[in-house]
Design a protein around this ligand. Structure first.
Ligand code: SF4
Length: 379
């Protein structure tokens, strides 16, 4: 039976962070039940197309999924179990923001099969958290983290950000060291990008957002790799580190360019050689589902050429690299021949390396990964 990943988008947040361009909305407490009813309606519409599939991972992302009440989340989980076949012991992740968790919710999560918690801390310093527009303090993070361990969570990921306005190297060092004391199972570290249309973008345009220069930002990243390796975290993807056996199975579906379905407003899917996305307008999303119409706004057939190129550059995001023999079995094409020029040039430049049938980025290659990835795009 074919396997698939399921992403469920919960677009509600207490307040919008200053850097965020995700499809998420502040407040809207009274609209949540209607949205969830629409979500379950969309799940139902996938019952038939996915009848020959087994769901291997479920990922509640956002937004802030941990804002949902227990009955709201229960309604969605019940829909998932009603309409899909789940693999034995699937990975089920929920994203949470500190300050939105309590003992009751965490106990419910565990009892309902949610076995992975991804907590967005971002920075250790309360002053930086305020700059980012986060709703929480580090104290709330710690309380929620310990409560999650007490509730029996054995797979906790912590999200962190570097390259932040007014963040110095010492701040980042302290963030990593404090988080390492807690020994989370997984750590994601993202470099801040100023996204168009966000409050940070406006400040940046006005020259009021003081960001670390590239040299400092790279030093933060290189320090991350070194210090996390010293603490037994495997650097398995450009921005992700995990203790043994705790890599994110759901995210690896994306990097291996395998099939996934996104449910909810603004979500993306890749299924049956077609890539598509839902409307990002929450009212329109609800109306479309209520009138039993498709919420999809864009779809694109993925040609074999595009699929191979995506498999190359997504696969190179993983530090283990691409298994070229597997690539050949999947497409009946030898990637060494097809991408000979790129592979040879980048190996010469020290940005890619080949060991056996594995092609991967070097440490230098990681710093210019976008240039390497772009070279695999179809002409
Ligand atoms: S909590 Fe996450 S989704 Fe919500 S505004 Fe902040 S960054 Fe965006």
């Amino acid at each position: 039976m074919r396997e698939i990943g399921l992403y469920i988008h919960i677009p509600f947040c207490k307040q919008k962070c200053a850097y965020c361009d995700f499809v998420s909305f502040e407040g809207r407490n009274t609209e949540r039940d209607e949205y969830i009813a629409a979500l379950v309606g969309e799940l139902e519409s996938w019952h038939n197309p996915l009848k020959d599939y087994q769901v291997q991972t479920v990922f509640f992302g956002g937004g802030t999924p941990s804002l949902l009440s227990i009955p709201q989340l229960d309604f969605i989980l019940e829909g998932i179990h009603r309409y899909f076949k789940l693999k034995a012991s699937p990975e089920i992740t929920i994203e949470a923001n500190p300050g939105t968790l309590d003992k009751e919710k965490l106990t419910y999560y565990r009892q309902s099969g949610i076995n992975r918690l991804s907590i967005g801390l971002q920075a250790w310093q309360d002053e930086l958290l305020r700059t980012l527009g986060r709703i929480h303090t580090r104290k709330e993070f710690l309380e929620n983290y310990y409560a999650a361990r007490d509730a029996g969570f054995e797979n906790i990921s912590v999200d962190l950000m570097f390259g932040l306005p007014n963040q110095c190297f010492q701040d980042w060092k302290e963030t990593l060291q404090q988080v390492l004391y807690l020994k989370p199972d997984h750590i994601s570290t993202y470099s801040l990008k100023v996204e168009e249309g966000t409050p940070f973008d406006r400040l940046y345009e006005q020259g009021k957002l003081i960001l670390p220069d590239e040299e400092l930002e790279r030093a933060m990243y290189h320090y991350t790799i070194t210090v996390l390796a010293q603490h037994d975290y495997r650097h398995y993807e450009i921005s992700n580190f995990a203790l043994n056996g705790k890599e994110s199975i759901h995210n690896k579906i994306y990097w291996k360019n395998e099939e996934y379905i996104g449910i909810g407003v603004g979500s993306h899917s890749s299924f049956n050689k077609v890539r598509f996305s839902n409307t990002a307008d929450i009212n329109k999303y609800r109306e479309l589902i209520e009138s039993q119409k498709n919420p999809m706004v864009e779809q694109e057939k993925i040609s074999i050429e595009e699929e191979m190129s995506e498999t190359m550059f997504l696969g190179l995001r993983m530090m283990a690299g691409i298994d070229l023999d597997r690539f050949q079995r999947r497409y009946q094409v030898d990637a060494r021949e097809k991408y000979e020029k790129q592979i040879t040039d980048f190996i010469k430049q020290g940005l890619l390396t080949m060991a056996g049938d594995k092609l991967r980025l070097t440490q230098r290659g990681i710093d210019v990964s976008n240039r390497v990835f772009a070279s695999f795009l179809p002409e």
